[in-house]
Design a protein around this ligand. Sequence first.
Ligand code: PMP
Length: 426
Amino acid sequence: MDIDKIRKDFPILSRRVRGKPLVYLDNAATSQKPRAVIEALSNFYENTNANVHRGIHTLSEEATALYEEARKKVARFVHAPSPESVIFTRNTTESINLVAHAWGRKFINPGDEILLTGMEHHSNLVPWQILAQEKGAVLKFVEVRPDGTLNLEDLDRNAGPRTKLIAVTHVSNAIGTINPIRRFAQVAKSLGALLLVDAAQSVPHIPVDMRVLGCDFLAFSAHKMMGPTGVGVLIAHEEMLEKMSPFLGGGDMIREVWLEKATWNELPYKFEAGTPNFAGVAAFGAALDYLQGLGMDNVRAHEQELIGYALKSLLQIEGITIYGPMDSAQRSGVVSFNLGTIHPHDLGTVLDEDGIAVRAGHHCCQPLMRRLGINGTTRASVYVYNTKEEIDKFAKSLDRARTLFGVCAPSPTDRPAKPSAKKEGR
Ligand code: PMP
């Protein structure tokens, strides 16, 4: 891959921040967009804009074609069972909440167990807490080991005949661990339980084949994979979707409506109530084409090389603590760390002065932070357009912060969390 050529496709990468060339290392929060996606969005509004599925006029037909073509592209991208098994939502969070409502409320009973892990993003934890409270179900956990990998003995210990659902993140947004989903699928299958995979950090960065993963539900967001904001995906087998209750009620999701009752539309429309983000979905189609053109194996290989390089150079910095597996084969393009007693927000501010964008805080993973005995971390996350030169600038800037603040030995837990008006996470 020619990274310099790829970089030219992303207009934002040529801007400067605080007088320095932007070094964007906040890709786990959201990715940048290639020109093809930006143009697909503006082309849609300039030439095609009309509501989908409703009109008989040319614009509506063209808009519907783009919308449905994107659905087929999603299905091909992750080897979904069929285009009809692909539901467009707003984001990963909504996709997971859809399952908690439409499947959970119908099929979870008092005493049933839902098995999660200690490294879930809040969006794959809180919906299950709400459901468990409502239904009298029990949450169980696979805990995180000090090295940032999951303790698979917990999986064998805590999965049992009452387990109805296992919900696990494929890749940790906070520390980058790639989890062994096949192992979770085998356990779920042996118990007749369902498996939900939060793929928000995997589908954008590593090749994902739903058939190989063996999961029942797959959730991810377009904005983390070069697509626009406001588009998410939930994939499930059609038989499962047929059995589930609707999530939101309204236009498009119905077949026939009377004053007192209604019947539901066919899949996938049963789960797409109201006007969807059709312009965003059309542009998401362009993002999928772009990633397909690069090849997800190539994307992963580049990121693995970059993160291996980053780990090596960051380990040279005195006082650094890096979280998560140190083997780049077990880690996505995320490196999360603390530098002595420097507060992650302070570190983020110094990096920003050098034009470097990272994230600081708990990354919407408070239980994981607690488990690691910290309040938060600074997180750098790469994508296919990042370079080794950018990693060098990043390491140099960290060194500047170290000199500026002076690095002391105590761990960041010794310092209470700084009250902050800033929203953390993502
Ligand atoms: N799960 C993981 C692993 C994530 O990284 C994120 C986003 N940070 C989410 C879920 C939620 O995604 P969204 O905000 O797009 O709903």
